[in-house]
Design a binder for this molecule. Sequence first.
Ligand code: SF4
Length: 95
Amino acid sequence: MTASVIEWSALAACKGPHRNVFFPPSALERKEDRLFREQQAKRICSGCCVKDACLDEALRNQESHGIWGGLNEVERRAKSTLVRTPPELARSDSR
Ligand code: SF4
């Protein structure tokens, strides 16, 4: 863990007993259970003062599991793709 990660993670709103809602359980999870769990996590993220740093870190590390910065892995992948797509390619996709 780098110094900057230690700095922002000390202020994370997800520390404590509700931390388990940020990651899927080891057993199979039904879709409605996942949606409910992720909704709980995102609600916590919405009030977190280090949300941007958390999301930046997750995008930089290509975190493949869990809620980071208020986004799940699918939402982060979509955001990464948008950020990395040069404007000229994005325009050619929309034709
Ligand atoms: S944005 Fe969410 S996952 Fe990230 S530190 Fe804050 S509460 Fe935790």
